[in-house]
Every structure is written in C-alpha cells, then in structure tokens.
Design a protein around this ligand. Sequence first.
Ligand SMILES: [Zn+2]
Length: 85
Amino acid sequence: MIRYLLIAIVIVLIARAFWRLIDGVMEAAGGTTRSRAKSAAVKLVRDPVCGTFVAPGTSRSLTARGETHYFCSEQCRSEFERTRI
Ligand SMILES: [Zn+2]
C-alpha cells in the first residue's frame, strides 16, 4: 500500500514539473511573438531634441528642408524650431 502511495506522489511531482516546463515554453514563445509583432506594426522614430522614441502616427511632426521630424511634445518641437532651423 505504501509503495502505491509513493508511486502516486512521484507521478504527481513529475506531472507538476512537466506542466511548469510547458508553461515556461509557452510564455517564452508568446513573449517573442508579442515583441516581434509590436516591432513590425509600430515603427518608432527618434525625437531629435530629447532622444525619446515616438510613434509617427501619434506624435507632433515638423517638416524642415524636405525632412520630417517627429517630437514627443510641443515643447520639443518648438525647441527644435528655435535651435535647428
Ligand atoms: Zn522630446
């Protein structure tokens, strides 16, 4: 009887370790998929004033000498206008 109990405990421990492993693999796979999808969907550009990365769709932009620059805030845009143009 005790022998069967021990076998049952060992099976539970193995099953638990196995599911923990599966969980870890799924999490790792999901994490890489998520970050890959994010970098493909949103191309970030650098704010030339403060160096923050911003999404062109949602940030303030300014076109100067045929080049479009993107800024994180109105403050950075006016700073750029003041110093670089
Ligand atoms: Zn900025």
